[in-house]
Write a protein that binds this ligand. Structure first.
Ligand code: FEO
Length: 170
């Protein structure tokens, strides 16, 4: 049976991951609206990955005999100034999620909860990858500046991203 404080913290993290999914789905809709289908695809894949992150915590909590609590999800923004603005917000959000994961790791250590500590290692690696992906796209958007051709080419590239369900990755 999982510790109650750990359970509460994981339930809050399920909500953080669900909010991440909401945020990226909202960004996907924004990109569709401004005609950047490749950017929209990238964000739609990100939305699905965030749902997987939430569900991985959800399944873990059930497996440990915990109670899943699905807290209300707050409304994300629906408009950004530019693709660069959206990706800068994405990176800021991911930095926040990294802090949340680090807090969970610290709590698992404090509680001597080895199983949770081990489970969290996957999220630590995932956060490194997520921040690196955002940083790369931000750097490219800064180079592109206001060039429509540059945006068009990046849009074509981001259209290639495909969703790989978590279960088949492991
Ligand atoms: Fe689930 Fe993007 O962190």
């Amino acid at each position: 049976m999982i510790d109650k404080e750990m359970e509460e913290a994981i339930n809050k993290q399920i909500n953080e991951e669900m909010y991440s999914a909401y945020l990226y789905l909202s960004m996907s809709a924004y990109f569709e609206k401004i005609g950047l289908k490749g950017f929209a695809n990238w964000m739609h894949v990100q939305y699905k990955e965030e749902m997987d992150h939430a569900m991985k915590f959800y399944r873990y909590l059930i497996e440990r005999g915990g109670t899943v609590r699905l807290y209300g999800i707050k409304e994300p923004p629906h408009e950004w100034k530019s693709p660069l603005d959206a990706f800068e917000q994405t990176l800021e959000h991911e930095k926040h999620i990294t802090k949340c994961i680090n807090y969970l790791v610290d709590l698992a250590e404090k509680k001597k909860d080895r199983a949770t500590f081990n489970m969290l290692q996957w999220y630590i690696d995932e956060q490194v990858e997520e921040e690196a992906n955002d940083e790369e796209i931000i750097a490219r958007l800064k180079l592109i500046g206001d060039s429509p051709q540059g945006i068009f080419m990046l849009d074509r590239e981001l259209a290639q991203r495909t969703y790989v369900p978590l279960a088949s990755e492991e």
